[in-house]
Design a protein around this ligand. Structure first.
Ligand code: NAD
Ligand code: ZN
Length: 262
């Protein structure tokens, strides 16, 4: 198969490219090498066997060029941040997805599968239960005054007591920011347009988001299949390498200070 991987220079995209090539597929990457993800231009990990197109998924002409002659698409290019340029999330993540489907339909392309990457953020803080009111609830954000007081727990909107987390179901949707809204739109587009125009589509939600969780929140609660990706991320993400260096230096400094005090 000939496969297009948008965002193929990024963390998940570059590993997807390697795996597809190892499995005998022909791969084309469309990536604009966005800063700050890529501060030094073309990263050394881009597989030389892949065809590389330097282009932007927000530009239709770039997508038209990239989609020509491919059998399947992994749409992994994305804008991921907390910055208030809200529209950028929709342009990069949601509008680009619509454009992929638009081009496929417009040009009657023979694309058999479209895969988009969703996010845990679509489910926001997940589902909770208030033991006092005995009701299920879905908190949006932690209150700033609680955070200043180092109180990290969510509170019930009705009785203001701490609430307990419960298992979040697949159906739960509560996007708390522009990134999450744009990712939810991608999911819905994949489902709706996939059905409407009769070609296969897959959307990945929870597995990717668990990678996110495990990297930054709860390393022990990770399923095995995600762990592999975490190890990979330690090897490739410069920011993670930097974080490890800082952590090791801090431990070394603390050890030195302890020796000095003793
Ligand atoms: N890494 C995670 O923990 C995680 C969690 C949930 C979902 N996801 C999703 O998985 C996908 C891949 O994430 P990642 O962690 O590999 O991200 P990444 O930032 O490492 O890679 C994204 C790539 O997309 C490229 N890109 C950004 N904007 C572009 C544009 N306008 N045109 C062309 N290329 C562009 C960047 O240059 C980069 O190479 C994204 O869709 C992301 O939303 C990731
Ligand atoms: Zn309550």
């Amino acid at each position: 198969m000939k496969v297009l991987v948008t965002g193929g220079a990024g963390f998940i995209g570059s590993h997807t490219v390697d795996r597809l090539i190892a499995d005998g597929h022909q791969v084309r990457i469309l990536d604009c090498l966005k800063k700050p993800v890529h501060l030094k231009g073309m990263p050394p990990w881009i597989n030389p066997e892949a065809e590389f197109i330097l282009g932007d998924v927000q530009i239709k002409a770039d997508l038209v060029k990239a989609l020509e002659g491919v059998d399947a698409v992994y749409h992994l290019a994305a804008y991921q941040d907390y910055l208030p340029d809200l529209s950028t999330f929709f342009h990069t993540n949601a509008v680009s997805t619509a454009m992929i489907y638009e081009i496929i339909v417009e040009k009657n392309l023979d694309i058999k599968k479209v895969i988009v990457a969703s996010s845990q953020f679509v489910q926001g803080e997940g589902q909770y239960h208030c033991p006092t009111c005995n009701t299920d609830t879905s908190p949006l954000m932690r209150v700033e005054s609680d955070l200043i007081n180092r109180d990290w727990e969510h509170r019930c909107k009705t009785c203001d007591t701490h609430i307990d987390w419960t298992w979040t179901t697949e159906e739960h949707v509560a996007p708390p920011n522009a990134y999450a809204l744009s990712k939810h739109s991608q999911e819905q587009q994949a489902i709706t347009f996939g059905e409407r125009y009769g070609f296969r589509r897959w959307h990945c939600g929870i597995p990717l988001s668990r990678v996110h969780d495990s990297l930054f929140i709860m390393p022990t609660a990770v399923p095995v299949e995600s762990s592999a990706l975490i190890i990979i991320s330690l090897k490739r993400q410069p920011s993670m390498r930097m974080a490890i260096r800082v952590a090791i230096s801090s431990i070394f400094m603390m050890w030195l200070m302890r020796i000095c005090w003793l």
